[in-house]
Design a protein around this ligand. Structure first.
Ligand SMILES: NC(=O)CC[C@H](N)C(=O)O
Length: 234
């Protein structure tokens, strides 16, 4: 399977993501500079990594959506290609209109960097289908603008369409306001589009994929994605 990781000016998780895909998941991966206007048609998954694209000026992700590669990413998604935005990548996908909702400043107005727990909500998506059901996953967050928001009507539609990927929980998997690190509506930590081929999440699975870091719960998310796509292609 072939991955493309987009590099924007200010991305800072691109190489971590490449490392995980290549060395840990043992998949093919190329980086794609944001000024490129085309990419290899054999790419199966485009990843928009975390970081501070354009220094988070204006709003996180608000400028990156104008990068030349984004119109190609939008075409790719509209043709059914898989797109996965992590943290700043999630923000860019919301700004681009590929995902519903928006990421606002954390309720406490602070940058939060810590481990959180999350549980899958919709269990039939590529990211969640093969995750353990009996426990919460521990994954780090690192963001200033991670408070997911969508209006009530949008949330209702998302629930019906199975678009809510993850909710923040406590370590036992209980979703409650006290386990919500940033004030996200309904504890939402990740969502997908209606067609279930564009995904975004604020926590960083690539930072929890290497045994050396003492936590590999994030790897399970990438493995679910790879297994799901392989099965779809068989
Ligand atoms: N780790 C990240 O991708 C950070 C995203 C964005 N710069 C924020 O602070 O919200």
């Amino acid at each position: 399977m072939k991955f493309g990781v987009v590099v924007f000016p200010g991305s800072n998780c691109d190489q971590d993501t490449v490392y995980v895909i290549k060395e840990i998941l043992e998949q093919e991966v190329v980086t794609l500079w944001h000024k490129e206007t085309d990419f290899d048609p054999n790419i199966d998954v485009i990843i928009l990594p975390g970081g501070f694209s354009y220094g988070d000026y204006l709003r996180s992700g608000a400028l990156a959506k104008f990068s030349p590669i984004m119109s190609k990413v939008i075409d790719f998604a509209n043709n059914g290609g898989y797109v996965f935005g992590i943290c700043n990548g999630f923000q860019i996908l919301c700004e681009s209109g590929l995902l519903p909702g928006a990421l606002l400043h954390n309720t406490n107005q602070k940058f939060i960097c810590k481990n959180i727990y999350l549980v899958p909500d919709s269990k039939e998506t590529a990211l969640t289908k093969y995750l353990p059901r009996e426990r919460a996953l521990k994954i780090p967050i690192a963001h200033g603008e991670g408070r997911y928001y969508a209006d009530k009507e949008t949330l209702a539609k998302m629930r019906i369409n199975g678009q809510i990927l993850f909710r923040y929980s406590d370590e036992n998997g209980v979703v409650s306001e006290s386990a919500n690190p940033n004030g996200s509506v309904e504890n939402i930590a990740g969502v997908c589009n209606e067609r279930h081929n564009v995904f975004g999440m604020m926590p960083h699975p690539e930072r929890a994929s290497d045994d050396e870091l003492g936590n590999t719960d994030g790897r399970l998310i990438f493995e679910s994605l790879i297994r799901y796509i392989k099965e779809m292609n068989d």
